[in-house]
Write a protein that binds this ligand. Structure first.
Ligand code: FES
Ligand code: FES
Length: 210
């Protein structure tokens, strides 16, 4: 017999209430119950990074969490980045530098980039490559993504330049405009060296979800 639980999740500042089996993944709830299909599902076992979202400012793989585990958290998906028709500077940099082809991986890369630039507003190329190592792209060859992240860092640094000129640290939430969460004490981040292997549903799918 199906056991349903009523849950309310906050995504991009909006509360979504629905009934979900305890085994329903956070990714499925976001896509099916919230209608936010920008979060993609590729591997569904924590490898590809396509399902990456921010939870309390930290990246998590939404295919590895159950929806019921996310109650009380503030989540941001790729739909929460743009300001109306105006792309977020990170999205704009991806666009400007041709950092996507089919775009399937892009939401995950964007959310990873948000967290990364909050943590490290002035990264080296090597740091960018390391930060993105947990997201897979089958199209671009990665170079343009790395270029886009470097460009986004430059744009965001220019926006917060006044602070840097005074020698003050740039507050993390100012770096990307997306609130950063508490410092990294939880093991819920998405890069492979940090990803939490939460329970995953026994249900398997036949292919990736767009
Ligand atoms: S769908 Fe691949 S890591 Fe979640
Ligand atoms: S742009 Fe196609 S998978 Fe990355």
């Amino acid at each position: 017999m199906k056991t349903l639980r009523r849950i309310t999740l906050r995504v991009n500042g909006t509360a979504y209430t629905g009934e979900a089996e305890p085994r329903k993944t956070l990714a499925d709830f976001i896509r099916e119950d919230c209608g936010l299909t920008g979060t993609h599902l590729g591997c569904e076992h924590g490898v590809c990074g396509a399902c990456t979202i921010l939870m309390d400012g930290q990246t998590v793989r939404s295919c590895l969490m159950f929806a019921v585990q996310a109650e009380g958290a503030e989540m941001t998906t790729v739909e929460g980045l743009a300001d109306g028709d105006r792309l977020h500077p990170i999205q704009q940099a991806y666009w400007d530098h041709h950092a996507l082809q089919c775009g399937f991986c892009t939401p995950g890369f964007l959310m990873t980039t948000v967290e990364f630039l909050n943590d490290n507003p002035q990264p080296t190329e090597r740091e960018i490559r390391e930060a993105l190592a947990g997201n897979l792209c089958r199209c671009t060859g990665y170079q343009n993504i790395v270029t886009a992240v470097a460009a986004a860092a430059h744009t965001l640094a220019a926006a917060t330049g006044a602070l840097r000129e005074t020698g003050a640290a740039v507050p993390v939430s100012r770096a990307t405009g997306v609130a950063a969460g508490p410092r990294k004490t939880r093991a819920t981040r998405a890069a492979p060296h940090r990803a939490r292997q939460t329970g995953k549903p026994s249900k398997r799918r036949s292919g990736p979800k767009r």
